[in-house]
Design a protein around this ligand. Structure first.
Ligand code: URA
Ligand code: CA
Length: 442
C-alpha cells in the first residue's frame, strides 16, 4: 500500500477499506508513517467524514492497537459508563459506588483531565492513600469482592488513540464526529465491559456544543458498540452550566460524599439517578427504567451508596475516614469569596469559562506531566435561576494564595456569569435517549 495514494483517496471522498485504515494505524505506531502524513489523513477525515463502516473499522484498529482487557475473571455482567466530558462532572465518583451498592458490577478504567474537562483519576488521587494503579489481578479480585473498582487507564490501552489525539490537538481536527467516536469507543471496547452507558454532553461546556452534533455522535457510538457485540445506550444531557456546585479535585470528592449522603445538588442527583437507572436496567437488575431508578433512589436515601464508596476507598488503600471527616482531603491555602456586582437572577453560567477559571487558578495541568494542586477549585453558590443581590457571594475560590492567579481567574469567572432582571428556569438536563432501536426525545 502507498500512503500518498490512500491520503488522496480519502481526500477525494472515496471510502477506505478496513485493511487500508489498519495500515494507517499500524504504520503510525511503528513510526513508518510520519506525523505529517497522519495529519493529512486526519484533515481529510475531518472534511469528508467517514461512513459507519469506516468509523467501525477505525475504532477496531485503534482498540486492537494495544492491550484488550479480559474481564472474564469477573462473574456477572460488567457495566461501564462514559461521559464525553464536562465541567465539574462529579458523576463517576457518585455513580460507580451507587450502582455497585444496587446490584450492578462496575470494573472501570478512567482518565485524567482532557482539555478544559476534569478527570476522575485526578479527583480520586486527592483521597489520602488511594491507589489508582492496581495490577490486573488486584483489579479483578477487588471487583469480585466488592463489585466495584476504579483504576487509571494505562498507556497500554488503545495507544493509537493517544498518538492520534495528540496530533488532532495541534492540527484543529479534534471536533470531528467520527474521530471522537472512534477515540472514545476504542478505549471503552478495550476496557472490556459487557455494557456501556454513554452520557453525551451538549452545550457551551461540552465538546459537542450543538444538540444535533451530540445526537449524531451518540448514534455513531451506539452503533459501533453494538456492532462490537456490546449492549449500548446513550443519554444526551445538557452541559449549559457546570454540573453540581463543585469544580476541581478534592472539592468534587467532597461533593460526591455529600451527594451520597443525600446532601447533593439537584442536577447531579438527577443525572446520577438517570445514568444509574440505565446501568441497572442494562445489567438486568431491574426490568423497567422506573424500577431501576427507584432502586438507585433508595440506595441514595439509605446511604448504601456512601457505605460502598467507603468500602471502595479502603479496598484501594485509601483512608475511609474521609467520608465522615472530609477535612482530611487536601485543603486550600485560601478561600476567597467572589461577590456579585449586580442584583438580579442568574441567567447563564458559561461552563467553559468556569472550567478555564478553575485551571487558571491552578486546578489543571500547565504542562503534560505537571503535578496539580488537588486542593484548588471553585464552589458555585449561585446557579441558573437563582436570585442574587449586589455584594452577595456568587462563588468561593479555593486558591493557593497566589494573587496573580486569583486576579486572572476572577476576571474570567465574573465574565462567565450573566445576571438579568427576570428569572429563568434552570435548563432541562435530560434531552434524549438513544439505543439501537432509535431516538427517544425526552
Ligand atoms: N474524549 C475522548 O476520549 N476523545 C475525543 O476525541 C474527545 C473526547
Ligand atoms: Ca460538580
Amino acid at each position: 500500500m502507498n500512503v500518498y495514494e490512500l491520503i488522496k483517496k480519502k481526500r477525494d471522498g472515496l471510502q477506505l477499506s478496513a485493511d487500508e485504515i489498519r495500515y494507517f494505524i499500524v504504520g503510525m505506531l511503528s513510526g513508518d508513517i510520519p506525523d505529517y502524513q497522519m495529519a493529512a489523513f486526519l484533515m481529510a477525515v475531518y472534511f469528508n467524514g467517514m461512513s459507519a463502516r469506516e468509523c467501525f473499522d477505525l475504532t477496531m484498529a485503534m482498540t486492537q492497537s494495544g492491550e484488550q482487557v479480559d474481564l472474564s475473571g469477573i462473574k456477572g455482567f460488567k457495566v461501564d459508563k462514559h461521559s464525553t466530558g464536562g465541567v465539574g462532572d462529579t458523576t463517576t465518583l457518585v455513580l460507580a459506588p451507587l450502582v455497585a451498592a444496587s446490584g450492578g458490577i462496575v470494573a472501570k478504567m478512567t482518565g485524567r483531565e482532557l482539555g478544559h474537562t476534569g478527570g476522575t483519576v485526578d479527583k480520586l488521587e486527592s483521597i489520602p492513600g488511594m491507589r489508582v494503579a492496581l495490577d490486573r489481578d488486584e483489579f479483578v479480585d477487588t471487583v469480585n469482592r466488592i463489585h466495584v473498582s476504579l483504576i487509571s487507564q494505562t498507556a497500554r490501552l488503545a495507544p493509537a488513540d493517544k498518538q492520534l489525539y495528540a496530533l488532532r490537538n495541534v492540527t484543529a481536527t479534534v471536533d470531528s464526529i467520527p474521530l471522537i467516536a472512534a477515540s472514545i469507543m476504542s478505549k471503552k471496547l478495550a476496557a472490556g465491559s459487557d455494557g456501556i452507558v454513554l452520557d453525551v454532553k451538549t452545550g457551551q461546556g461540552a465538546f459537542m456544543q450543538k444538540y444535533e452534533d451530540a445526537l449524531e455522535l451518540a448514534k455513531t457510538m451506539v452503533k459501533i458498540g453494538e456492532e462490537a457485540g456490546r449492549r449500548m445506550v446513550a443519554l444526551i444531557t445538557a452541559m449549559q452550566q457546570p454540573l453540581g456546585r463543585a469544580i476541581g479535585n478534592a472539592i468534587e470528592v467532597r461533593e460526591a460524599i455529600d451527594t451520597l449522603a443525600e446532601n447533593g445538588p439537584s442536577d447531579l442527583v438527577a443525572l446520577v439517578t438517570e445514568l444509574g437507572g440505565e446501568m441497572l436496567l442494562m445489567s438486568g437488575v431491574a426490568s423497567t427504567r422506573e424500577a431501576a431508578k427507584s432502586i438507585i433512589a433508595k440506595n441514595l436515601a439509605n446511604r448504601k451508596g456512601l457505605d460502598k464508596l467507603a468500602e471502595l476507598i479502603a479496598a484501594q488503600g485509601g483512608d475511609r475516614s474521609v467520608i465522615d471527616h472530609p477535612d482530611l482531603l487536601p485543603q486550600p491555602a485560601l478561600k476567597l469569596e467572589i461577590a456579585s456586582e449586580t442584583t438580579g437572577y442568574v441567567t447563564a453560567i458559561d461552563a467553559l469559562a468556569v472550567g478555564l477559571a478553575s485551571r487558571v487558578l491552578g486546578a489543571g495541568r500547565t504542562t503534560k506531566d505537571a503535578a496539580i494542586d488537588l486542593s484548588i477549585g471553585i464552589y458555585l453558590n449561585k446557579k441558573i435561576g437563582d436570585r442574587v443581590k449586589t455584594g452577595e457571594t456568587l462563588a468561593v475560590l479555593h486558591s493557593d494564595g497566589d494573587n496573580k492567579k486569583i486576579k486572572a481567574a476572577t476576571d474570567i469567572f465574573l465574565k462567565a456569569y450573566a445576571i438579568g432582571p427576570d428569572r429563568i428556569e434552570p435548563p432541562k438536563l435530560l434531552l434524549a435517549r438513544i439505543t439501537g432501536a432509535g431516538v427517544e426525545e425526552l
